[in-house]
Design a protein around this ligand. Sequence first.
Ligand SMILES: *Cc1c(COP(=O)(O)O)cnc(C)c1O
Length: 355
Amino acid sequence: MIKPVAHVEAMGAYALADLGGANTISLAQNESAFAASPAAVAAGQAAIDQIPLYPDPEWSQLRTEIVNIHKLEPQMILCGAGSMELIGCLIRAYAGLGDHVLGTDYGYAFVASASAQVQAKYIKAHEINLTVSVDDILAAVDIQTRIVFLCNPGNPTGTVIPNSEILRLRHELPKDVLLVVDQAYAEFSDLTHDPADIFALVGRGDTVVVRTFSKAYGLAGTRVGWGYFPPDVANQVRKLLNPNNISIPSQAMATAAIRDQTHMRDVVTKTAKIRDQFASQCRDLGLIVPTSQTNFVLLRFASPEQAQQADKALRANNLLMRGMGGYALPDCLRATICESDIMDRALTVLKGILT
Ligand SMILES: *Cc1c(COP(=O)(O)O)cnc(C)c1O
């Protein structure tokens, strides 16, 4: 019999969302409810002719656009096949057997999986009221901690901590602990939380910021993420990235998408409006819904049984939210914000079981 290495054999498969049947509408993966920029779609179509060639390993045009929009240093930007690739490579570069990777109660599940791949131990600091607590992160740091992952805005909670708290966290963490700020949903909170505060931390040499085109830009299918890295960290992570990691059409689409800030902001505004209305209607039904600055909301039911009942009723109506048992929140469902007619349908189903 062919035996895998022991720690891989012991790992579970990564738990992706259940996507239901052919007629199911997914509110389960936080994909954008709205189409990507038409300019991005056109750029992807135009780039198809170039597919016999390997893509640009330096993501030159994409990096140039990211630099223009966010006023950053090009040599400190790396692009990944989704930000998942960057997160995986960071963990491989900075944690190994027996090291501790520190996240939070409701931090991004992929970090736990990527830590297991390198035999590092993933530890969760407590969150308070479904919100990251910097004090609890600091209290959970120990001598074996190599990396701290902070997801802000949080997934699956949707909650945000102020930039001042992230600065305090960085200031109080040991200097040899890498802080990774996962800002997959930052475009939804950038207007109220100046992104420049967080990018500026990267200049210290011990902090990384990761972003993605999968959410606000509506390009989850292209698999493009990017990060801002201290030069030395970038050099290490670069060794682990798959060379030629992002296809030519994907690079072209992400480049055009970030150039079209008007479209992205419009999507963010429309999404936020539907989200806030849906959240308030759900609160009227008695659910607990933390204030979200993302493209999803977390719905907290009276009990795990009630959440299960809601899940069943939604499925019977071809609507699928994400169960939260994996995050030890069995009384919750996470709902990606879709167009308002779909949210209305979901609300009608919830009303049916809650009133
Ligand atoms: C969606 C998401 C990502 C992005 O993943 P990609 O690989 O870029 O699609 C990263 N972190 C969190 C918390 C997310 O929810």
